[in-house]
Write a protein that binds this ligand. Structure first.
Ligand SMILES: Nc1ncnc2c1ncn2[C@@H]1O[C@H](COP(=O)(O)OP(=O)(O)OP(=O)(O)O)[C@@H](O)[C@H]1O
Length: 329
């Protein structure tokens, strides 16, 4: 079942397959080579490879026996610390299978535990230190108590850089026989903010309807406005077709449920690519920033966007009357 999700299907299974995170890989490789390691704490935003790295480490430590030697727990399980204690106790009772001298407990969402629960966890970690090592996963290191931090080797995971995310997405697209366009990668990167799980999910949803994934397909897979809609709306307003522009705007707002601020962000993205004179682009960019500001201050969305459309109409009219700079004397 898990294979239905591409982020699971393409979850790296070895250090070599893991993209980025070179320093983390180097240090973990040392632990594998030495056959020993301290407890570990991996922290960082969602979808940045923490779970992946913990599972890769398990595979590298234990080879074919990685499942037998690994216990995965979720700390936000409502049954609490007593369940964790019982499960660890049971798990630590038997010796590790294979060569490694310890078993591995991967505890997800450790930062969701209360400080009391974390104090209890620390005692559990100490109690079974002889034949278990813990890998704690967390989004925020600030929510982990000092006595735990001081007992762990701490690793920070950062949002995936654009170029590496692009590389991974291209690899997945190729394996799935999907044509992935650059504008789609730009948009996926922007929406996912370096979260690989989110990025791969977006790609999968976009690819479900089309073998060619461009920015329009990606936008359709989210509640985002499609670049094609932005361009159409812009052209209507810029060319002075105010009535049609208003109809299109209302359709997007009330039928598709797109928020005002998303319009502005999409306009800002598309503006760069629009075949317009630089001066005109600068003027529109300023206008977008103005409307953006008013929307974030809580102004009425529809009024602001209608204002935007009428201003665009005026800019368009003037631009048509003024020849482009190259033709000016
Ligand atoms: N460095 C990476 N290289 C290749 N793929 C990655 C990498 N990091 C994440 N991924 C992909 O993203 C998916 C999600 O990553 P992972 O589960 O490791 O995130 P996480 O940091 O544990 O997130 P969370 O905090 O939400 O649990 C993986 O299944 C994998 O497909």
């Amino acid at each position: 079942m898990a294979e239905l999700f591409w982020f699971e299907k393409y979850r790296p299974r070895s250090f070599d397959e893991v993209v980025d995170l070179e320093e983390v890989k180097a240090r973990l490789r040392e632990f594998v080579r030495g056959g020993n390691m301290p407890h570990l704490l991996f922290y960082g935003p969602p979808g940045t490879g923490k779970t992946t790295m913990a599972l890769v480490l398990a595979r590298e430590l234990y080879g074919e026996y990685w499942r037998e030697n690994t216990l995965e727990l979720n700390a936000s399980d409502e049954r609490g610390i007593n369940v964790i204690r019982e499960r660890v106790k049971e798990f630590a009772r038997t010796a590790p299978v294979g060569k490694a001298p310890f078993k591995l407990v991967i505890l997800d969402e450790a930062d969701n535990m209360t400080s009391d629960a974390q104090q209890a966890l620390r005692r559990i970690m100490e109690m079974y230190a002889q034949n278990t090592r813990f890998i704690l996963l967390a989004n925020y290191v600030s929510r982990i108590i000092d006595p735990i931090i001081s007992r762990c080797a701490v690793f920070r995971f950062s949002p995936m850089p654009r170029s590496l995310m692009a590389e991974r997405l291209r690899h997945i697209a190729k394996s799935e026989g999907i044509e992935l366009r650059d504008d789609a990668i730009d948009l996926i990167y922007e929406v996912s903010e370096g979260d690989m799980r989110k990025a791969i999910n977006l790609l999968q949803v976009a690819a479900a309807t089309s073998k060619v994934v461009d920015a329009n397909a990606v936008a359709s897979a989210t509640t985002m406005i499609r670049p094609a809609d932005v361009v159409e709306l812009f052209n209507l307003a810029f060319n002075g077709d105010v009535t049609k522009a208003r109809e299109k705007l209302r359709e997007l707002m009330y039928v598709k449920g797109i928020a005002g601020i998303d319009f502005i962000r999409a306009f800002q993205r598309e503006l760069i690519r629009m075949p317009l004179d630089d001066e005109v682009k600068a003027e529109i960019a300023e206008l977008l920033a103005e409307v953006d500001y008013r929307l974030t201050q809580g102004s009425d969305e529809e009024l602001q966007l209608l204002y935007l459309l009428s201003k665009l109409g005026a800019i368009g009219k003037r631009a048509r009357q003024t020849p482009p700079p190259s033709k000016r004397r």
